[in-house]
Design a protein around this ligand. Structure first.
Ligand code: CP
Ligand code: NVA
Length: 307
């Protein structure tokens, strides 16, 4: 792996990303057989959460312990990162105890700061800016279901948020037909969109029209309209986003068989109907499961630098 940390998908080459996906397939099969796979015996993973989590916490903790290591959960009130203590102090202290640090933080600059001062790998478990482990698990899930990744048409419907930023990072490495369809004023970071387009790898479209956006979609993907840290805007967003709901009607407009994806947690009957979540084309639980396998592969790849 060319860098010590896992902060952005675009920090890695296409070959390195494929290595992670291929290893994910191997570790997934080993997990399903509950093979003994103690590659992290006597190692510890510190998990710092400044925001709530279900999947990220349980998948990292279960995955790391299955691989023979010990995972520690530190919740929002435990260490007060950046409040009770400077980030660079936490970073250096934890580097003395732990072999890997996973962090879910608000401000993206804080995870950059954590990485800058850490002598052990930092894994980004979501910031306000991006969510790289999620999108690696998502593309692995697409690969499993469609047998290919290249030129897949992924239509993201909703807020141009951290999930979209990681899709854009991925689109700078794998050729995709990626559409972000959002209300005006809720587009992803303009600078990143420009960079992704300029990389010339993928077709990138930013749309404000759900009906035309979904035409030919292999995958329709959505996320909550108000992310963690924005819940006070939820009422206003509900009004602005109401035409961007993924419902049975929208799923039927693609003109082909289309998979439905959501990073979860989902707010049923808001951004997606209960019917679409429960439909045969919904692969949301495969996505959730794959978080663990792909993260296990990422941590194994990062640990190769220790040897
Ligand atoms: N998708 C995801 O990261 O879920 P959690 O917020 O529950 O960890
Ligand atoms: N955009 C969502 C993703 C949750 C996994 C949030 O940041 O809350």
């Amino acid at each position: 792996m060319s860098t010590k940390h896992f902060l952005h998908i675009s920090d890695y080459s296409k070959e390195e990303l494929w290595d992670i996906l291929e290893l994910s397939r191997i570790v997934k099969s080993k997990f399903h057989k509950r093979e003994d796979y103690s590659v992290f015996h006597n190692k510890s993973l510190a998990m710092i959460f400044a925001k709530p989590s279900a999947r990220t916490r349980v998948s990292f903790e279960t995955g790391f312990e299955w691989m023979g290591g010990h995972a520690l959960f530190l919740g929002p009130n435990d260490i007060g990162i950046g409040k009770r203590e400077a980030i660079k102090d936490i970073s250096r202290v934890f580097s003395r105890y732990n072999d890997i640090i996973m962090a879910r933080l608000f401000d993206h600059e804080h995870i950059i700061e954590l990485a800058k001062h850490s002598s052990v790998p930092i894994v980004n478990g979501l910031t306000d800016y991006n969510h790289p482990c999620q999108i690696m698990a998502d593309i692995f899930t697409v690969w499993e279901h469609l047998g290919d990744i290249e030129n897949t048409k992924i239509v993201y419907m909703g807020d141009g948020n951290n999930i979209v930023h990681s899709w854009l990072h991925l689109s700078m490495r794998f050729p995709l037909d990626f559409v972000c369809c959002c209300p005006e004023g809720y587009e992803p970071d303009a600078e990143l969109v420009k960079r992704a387009k300029e990389s010339g790898i993928s077709k990138i479209t930013i749309s404000n029209d759900p009906v035309s956006a979904v035409n030919g979609a292999d995958v329709i993907y959505t996320d909550v309209w108000a992310s963690m840290g924005q819940k006070e805007e939820a009422e206003e967003r509900e009004r602005v986003f109401k035409n961007f709901q993924v419902n049975e009607k929208l799923m039927s407009l693609t003109g082909k068989e289309t998979l439905f994806m959501h990073c979860l947690p989902a707010e049923r009957d808001r951004e997606v109907t209960d019917g679409v979540m429960e439909s045969d084309n919904s692969i949301v639980f495969d996505q959730a499961e794959n978080r663990m396998h792909v993260q296990n592969a990422i941590m194994i790849k990062l640990s190769e630098k220790w040897k």
